[in-house]
Design a protein around this ligand. Sequence first.
Ligand SMILES: *Cc1c(COP(=O)(O)O)cnc(C)c1O
Length: 361
Amino acid sequence: MGKRIYNFNAGPAALPLPVLEEMQSELLDFKGSGMSILEVSHRSKWFDDVINEAVERTGRLLALGDDFHVLFIQGGASLQFCMIPMNLSLEGRPVDYINTGTWSTKAIKEAEILGKDVRVIASSEDKGFSYIPSAFTVDGDAAYLHFTSNNTIKGTQWAQFPDAGDLPLVCDMSSDIMSRPFDVRPFGLIYAGAQKNIGPSGTAVVIIRKDMLERTPKGIPSMLKYTTFAEKNSMYNTPACVVIYTINLVLKWLEETIGGLAKMEKINREKGAMIYNFLDSSDFYRGTAAKESRSLMNVTFRLLNEDLEKKFVAEALKQGLEGLKGHRSIGGCRASIYNATGIDAVKALVGFMVEFEKKEG
Ligand SMILES: *Cc1c(COP(=O)(O)O)cnc(C)c1O
């Protein structure tokens, strides 16, 4: 096997090594089919078992019960920005959004393009999206309240989800789904592009409460309706078979190797504490997110100047630490430490940061 590096990419991102090894071991002959999973028909029993297993594992890991459908829809999280207002808005009622960064802003923009009555009921734009807003009131007359649970670019995360009363929550969990357990009951819809925390790119996972399907208005094209995907078990057309297969293996790893989301959260907290405690102890590095809003998935930080940041990223790469450059829109540095990035990787990163500070500080 070639050399594996420590991967801190924001997405597509690291996958658990046992998952990649399992894929490798059955790449040429999937479960005695004599075919690769890349070659089997999506109408075959082999793929049927895969997609059903992925749905069941999602249900068990998130304790969904019988009230939700689990769907796989291509087009990434970005397509959901428009499918949500198309399918879930209600005649004569506004749609509420909380704006905590680039991805929320994009979700808002799509609802506006569709001519919806969009209300931004809270925003952290006043301080460059460096925190999660806490003082806002939710008005029960909206069709739903949309928010982004983890802000991948700015490195902030909701520690506790907003309380919207009876209003269904709609949440973009692209970068922290399956990183911690939570109560699904207040959610009408949860969506996530797979490529951050649960698989490769190519599909979004959409978890929709069954009563939400009744909202779909007439006049929406088939491929843009949740009902189409729910009625056909996400196989109205050819799904992203290999992506769904990989997601299923990642979920299996979460269930059987990690032992569920409570255990995963414990590991994620340990990783977060390790790096944030170090950032707080140093005058050389500076975390950019407000302390109480810090993300356990994307750690954003700056060095004393941009030249040092460039050098930091380049030297890290030489030491086998990949992907530490901040998002192109804001610069700085970012370490994405999703589920598949282990404690060993975070230890290696902190070790490198200590050495770099000694040399350059
Ligand atoms: C990456 C990301 C997106 C965009 O996902 P695509 O699958 O590329 O459309 C949306 N929201 C969040 C929070 C993200 O991290």
